[in-house]
Every structure is written in C-alpha cells, then in structure tokens.
Design a protein around this ligand. Sequence first.
Ligand code: GDP
Ligand code: IMO
Ligand code: MG
Length: 434
Amino acid sequence: MQDTFILNTMKADVLLGLQWGDEGKGKVVDVLTPRYDVIARFQGGPNAGHTLEFEGIKHVLHTIPSGIFHPGKVNVIGNGVVIDPVVFKKEIDALAQRGVDVKKNLFISRKAHLILPTHRLLDAASEASKGTAKIGSTLKGIGPAYMDKTGRNGLRIGDLEHPQFRKMYDTLVAKHTELLAHYEYDYNLEDLEPAFFEGVELIKQLKLIDSEYRLNQYLDEGKAILAEGAQGSLLDIDFGSYPFVTSSHTITAGTCIGLGLAPGKIGEVYGIFKAYCTRVGSGPFPTELNDATGEELRAKGHEFGATTGRPRRCGWLDLPALKYAIMLNGVTQLIMMKSDVLSGFDKIKVCTQYKYRGEIIDHVPYDVVNEEIVPVYEEMKGWSEDLMVINDAEQLPAALLSYIDYIEQATGLPITIVSVGPDRKQTLIRKVVA
Ligand code: GDP
Ligand code: IMO
Ligand code: MG
C-alpha cells in the first residue's frame, strides 16, 4: 500500500525544566535557536526570569522568548502565557537599548491572558495573609490571573482590540476591589494604572495573531519550532508539590495546551536540569542543604533569583524527582547545566531513593508537604578542574564523566549537552541525537 496517508509535517521540539525552575532554559534556548525558525513560549509569565549571556552582555527575559536576540527568527508568545503589560513594556524597552526591535519578529497570541495591576495586588494580599504558610510567589500576579482565566473572568490580549476594552477592564477591577476588601491590605491602584495603560498601548502596536493557526501552519510549511518552557516540572500545577507550585502546566502537555499543537506534533523533548538542585520560594525540597555545603553551592552558582533577587535554596541532585519529571514529560534527551559549579567539592552526593514512612521508596509520594522525606544518598568522587575553560566534551574530567555516566544509566537517557558556564560559548555538545 502506498503511504499516501502519512502526513509529512514537522514536529515541534520542546525544551523545559525538570526541577524547580532556573535550570538555565534561557541560555540553552538561545544556544539552540540557530537550529530553529520559530521559538514559542507556552505558559507562565513574568514570574519567569531567563538569563542569556553572550559577548559580555547579560540579559534577563521574562515574557519574551529567548530566541529574540537572533535576527530573522520568529518569536511567539502563545495562548498559555499570561502577560503583564507593565513588565512587558520594560522588557521591550530594555531590548531596544540593546538594538533589538521586537516589532518585526515578535508575535503575540490574542488568546494570551492579561495580568492587571489588581492581579498583582491580589497576589501580594493573599501571600501576606498566609503568613509563614505563604507560597513564596514571585508577586507578579500569576495565581490571580490564571484564576480569572479558569474562572472565566479573564481579559485577553485580543480584548485590547475591542472598542469597549476600558469598560471590560473596569468591570473586572470592580470584582477585584471587592476581593481586596477581604484582606487587610493597603494599596493605591491609581498609582499603578498609568504604567499598565502605557503597556497596553505598546502591545496594541505589536503583531497580535491567532497563534494556534500560525504555529500549525509553520509546521505544515516545514518550519522548525522550539517551544520554551518556563518554571520547572516540579512546580507544575498538577504534579508539583501542591500547593507550593505555580498556576500553569509546566510539563510537555502544557505545550499542546499553551500553543494549540496536537500531542502527535511534539518531537524531541529536551529535559534540562542543574547538576545539583535549587528551589526559590516555599515548599518541600528533600535534598536541601542548610549547611556550609549549601552556602557554597549558592555562592559558587550565584544562586539568586533572576526575577526577584531572592537567594535560592540549594541541595544535591535528586534522582527520584528527576525520573518523575522525565516520566511526566516524555523526555528524549537530557541537558545538564552548571556542572562547573560542582568543581572543587571533594565528594558529590546524589539522592537515589527516599526514606518515607519507614520504607525505602523510589518514587515521589503523594504527600511531600506534611510527611518527612529523607534522602538516601550515594557518594561520588568530585573533581577540581575549572570547567569554564574547557571547550571539548572529551576533555571533561574523568570524575565528571563518571557522574554523567551514572545519571545516564539511572535515567536511561543520553545527556547530549553539558553546560560549563553562563556564556553561550560555554556549552559542550556531547552527542548528536537524530
Ligand atoms: P532559567 O530560568 O531556566 O532560564 O534560568 P535562570 O536564568 O533563572 O538561572 C540560571 C542562571 O545560571 C543564570 O544566571 C545563568 O546565567 C546561569 N547559568 C546558566 N548555565 C550555567 C552554567 O553552566 N554555569 C554557570 N556557572 N552558570 C550558568
Ligand atoms: P523560571 O522560568 C523558579 C516559583 C516561586 C514560587 C512558586 C509560585 O525562571 O525558571 P508564582 O509567582 O508562579 O505564583 O510562584 O513558583 N517560581 C519560580 N521559581 N523559577 C521560575 O521561573 C519560577 N516561577 C515561579 O518562587 O515558589
Ligand atoms: Mg529563571
């Protein structure tokens, strides 16, 4: 039989974080962009801080895809993203100062939701009311904006084109004002609104599209798409350590929802992880090190949030959590970041299992919030070489190659890229996977 029924469309590759965010997604998306035509963000919003470094410049992106520095590449903000016009305008202004004009190559889904100033206020008021039980949110209004989306009250980018937008805005703000009255929280909305409406005016000048149609059309035309995740799999609304999570689907399935791509249109899934672990904000973190080693990881890795500047909690690599994320995402290849930060430790520990309710387990159990989870560690030999100057994966120290081999064996996946510094160039490609 002839294979006339086989559609020869391209598939979209996905790059996403396998831990609690800040794995280095921005850096690697920037490195991989030359292989793609289109880079698309599918979820999250200004809670993300994606850092890129090249030619002595360090740049942090929040809403805009990390392909933006490559001239001629299309960058799409998908329907699953939530956009704060205030942060967005600042990002665009900062890019303009670097000579990047987003007007040509940045496209925004009309179905992406807006973060209003009152969403930010609600986020802050809710966190303040929780006291020590707070989520540790980035206070960017993410939770309240997604609540309005699922509660079917939200405003979308497409509404900005509506002649009655101001009325729609006022109606939603009136609802928010009622909610805010339930908190003891002082605010002055009038101070916040001018920047919001300035941002709105800027967005209206950009290219607003029906991105689901556009992206599927790109695939039909044979264009290569890379979907860029934000946050990390362990912050996923369903599978993260609920309630200490973000409000979106951070896993591969979120790509389908957040871009309008059918599951069969997903190709490679690059799972990116740090050679150790970090977490910012509250919530369980089994391998967290509240000691001098944790301090050393934070200092060497400059582990301070790209969005909030908060110190990141640090700990050893957690294999049960990593394998959980690999399973949820259908990862096809791994990317290991910040290997250079582990240089100089005599011993490196890897958590291979958990002690939970008196048993040794290999999986991430349901209750990670109230129950104690004690990591079971395997100790490995460290290395002392400065990796930042290495430019060939073959020359990595033997102890690091054993660490890599160990993780590959444990996960059953190849580590195809090893990152040895923040710069674009400090990226070692190990194996090319077809
Ligand atoms: P993202 O949110 O996943 O894009 O990651 P962030 O930008 O929030 O955090 C990663 C941080 O690590 C940034 O400051 C990067 O510049 C830096 N970084 C990325 N890769 C490496 C690496 O291999 N080594 C070192 N030392 N720093 C890295
Ligand atoms: P990138 O894309 C690390 C964390 C917050 C908090 C929780 C909920 O840079 O990896 P939210 O503001 O989303 O309601 O906060 O999620 N968080 C992140 N942690 N990296 C991020 O993004 C994060 N985005 C949110 O610290 O614990
Ligand atoms: Mg980040």
